[in-house]
Design a protein. Structure first.
Length: 175
């Protein structure tokens, strides 16, 4: 459903995923997590781009910057497919600097929940860019922790879904 965000617990939850990159990324992350031991998260050091070749173009990484009692999230890496969603490269920008149509509050709440709960999130959202508002994108975001406990990076994939047709707008013609 557009605009929905659900916590992802198992492969069963991902049966609704449309893009194969979502399931591939989730299985990759769960495999890395299993190697870390009970209650521990994988870190950036566990990721290998060679192992992610089938979904690498869709990969995104966000730095989690702790700033007192709140977080900031910076685009650390954006796969080439992500530029299709934004229409430009947003690497290095904080989420509030990207000019996204998806509200900062919604993205911030979703990312903060992932960090605090150490749990993945999946959803489908409208394109974050005004002139691409006819697109939707599917997203999976997963927590990473260098020390296995404190989430310091978000990892996931973003996938543009098929174009939706814009509603026909009647054009008044004067004679």
């Amino acid at each position: 459903m557009p605009g929905t965000h659900i916590a992802v617990a198992t492969d069963e939850d991902l049966k609704q995923a449309i893009s194969p990159a979502i399931a591939l990324c989730y299985r990759y992350w769960t495999g890395k997590r299993a190697l870390c031991g009970p209650g521990r998260l994988p870190g950036r050091e566990h990721l290998d781009p060679v192992e992610m070749v089938r979904f690498l173009a869709h990969v995104v990484l966000f730095d989690v910057v702790r700033n007192g009692s709140y977080y900031r999230f910076r685009h650390r890496l954006t796969g080439t497919h992500f530029a299709e969603i934004f229409g430009r490269d947003v690497t290095g920008l904080y989420i509030e600097q990207t000019g996204s149509l998806e509200t900062f509050e919604a993205i911030y709440r979703r990312f903060t929940t992932i960090v605090d709960d150490k749990a993945p999130a999946y959803g489908i959202s409208p394109s974050p860019v005004r002139d691409r508002d006819f697109l939707e994108y599917e997203h999976l975001t997963l927590p990473l922790a260098t020390d296995g406990q404190t989430v310091d990076l978000l990892f996931g994939v973003r996938c543009v879904l098929q174009y939706r047709r814009r509603p026909f707008e009647a054009i008044a013609v004067s004679s």
